[in-house]
Write a protein that binds this ligand. Structure first.
Ligand code: IPM
Ligand code: MG
Length: 352
């Protein structure tokens, strides 16, 4: 049966990078039907809503969603409900995409692109499993109010044990397929919510006897990620800590322009997007690195459609192109061949 993919180019460099990813998908000649819709600032401009009804419907009907990026300074001053980020949080919540997988892998060809010493990062291969539909991101009550004659801002950090168990299972299973080490990150020395997080992770551990579970406080984890990142295999953490640690981890690999991500529901329906943002400063200039989005296509093939061979073909094509010396500006080094967004897409297609 034909599978449906909803393509959401979004804002900034989003349309340019998704265009290349869509070419890659098309080249595989699979039985996929692609439909494009608006999300983020582009949707605010066209429909006054960052996650309009038409997009909701398409996203709901699709088997998978491929997203570019959302946001930009143009929309930063709008009321919160109309900001592009609200579209992204909206689709995550609507589709119940609670499991966010963010791999940070260093390609040997890019060892010098990292700001860390090559001996610290070479061979790096980490997977961050970030809970994506709970925590302080979605907790109520929240707001800014007038109290006792001054403004008062508040948010609520919250997790139910079933939410923690559900993401814990994803992380244990992922670690079981890798190097069998799972590090759970919390702040249990201060926050009750994350004490519960640690307790539930400990309760799950006996179900996964082949995986070694450890715990780390988030401040230490942030430090260890730059001190000795190869000690980690899989990290599992809540929405907010995962947001911060995954940006940090991405930089170990030299460029956030290389990192894909998957956000999955309980049935592996997923939204796939690069880990980076919409980079408005370079939008429309054929300068963005499309590889994170192309690698997101590989994740889409693997996680939603179980097409492992095709996923690897895409990943190998990316490796080959890097080995050939093709570099967009973000990963450029003297002596390499500088290419634009479209030319990088051409190079991947040529290998595929
Ligand atoms: C991310 C982004 C989003 C988040 C923003 C754009 C709402 O930073 O996907 O990491 O905080 O989750
Ligand atoms: Mg983030």
């Amino acid at each position: 049966m034909t599978k449906k993919i909803c393509v959401l180019p979004g804002d900034g460099i989003g349309p340019e990078i998704t265009a290349q990813a869509v070419r890659v998908l098309a080249a595989l000649k699979l039985d996929f039907e692609l439909e494009t819709a608006l999300l983020g600032g582009a949707a605010v401009d066209a429909a006054g809503d960052p996650y309009p009804e038409a997009t909701r419907k398409l996203a709901e009907e699709a088997d998978a969603v491929l997203l570019g990026a959302v946001g930009g300074p143009k929309w930063d001053t709008l009321p919160r409900e109309q900001r592009p980020e609200k579209g992204l949080l909206g689709i995550r919540e609507h589709l119940n995409l609670f499991a966010n997988l963010r791999p940070a892998v260093l390609y040997p060809e890019l060892a010098n692109a990292s700001t860390l010493k090559p001996e610290v990062v070479s061979g790096l291969d980490i997977l961050i499993v970030r809970e994506l539909t709970g925590d302080i991101y979605f907790g109520q009550p929240r707001g800014i109010e007038q109290r006792n004659g001054e403004r008062f801002g508040f948010n609520t950090m919250r997790y139910t044990e079933s939410e923690i168990r559900r993401i814990g299972r994803v992380a244990f299973a992922a670690a079981g397929k890798r190097n069998k080490k799972l590090c759970s990150v919390d702040k249990m020395n201060v926050l009750e919510t994350t004490q519960l997080w640690r307790d539930v992770m400990n309760e799950l551990a006996p179900e996964y006897p082949d995986v070694t579970l450890s715990h780390m406080l988030v401040d230490n984890a942030a430090m260890q990620l730059v001190r000795a990142p190869r000690q980690f295999d899989v990290l599992v953490t809540g929405n907010m800590f995962g947001d911060i640690l995954s940006d940090e981890a991405s930089m170990l690999t030299g460029s956030i322009g290389m990192l894909p991500s998957a956000s999955l529901d309980i049935n592996n329906k997923g939204l796939y997007e690069p880990s980076h943002g919409s980079a408005p400063d370079i939008a429309g200039r054929n300068a963005a690195n499309p590889l994170a989005t192309i690698l997101s296509v590989a994740m889409l093939l693997r996680y939603t459609f179980n097409l492992e061979a095709e996923a690897q073909a895409v990943e190998n094509a990316v490796k080959k192109v890097l080995a050939e010396g093709c570099r967009t500006g973000d990963i450029f080094e003297p002596g390499m061949k500088k290419v634009g967004t479209k030319e990088m897409g051409d190079a991947v297609l040529a290998v595929l």
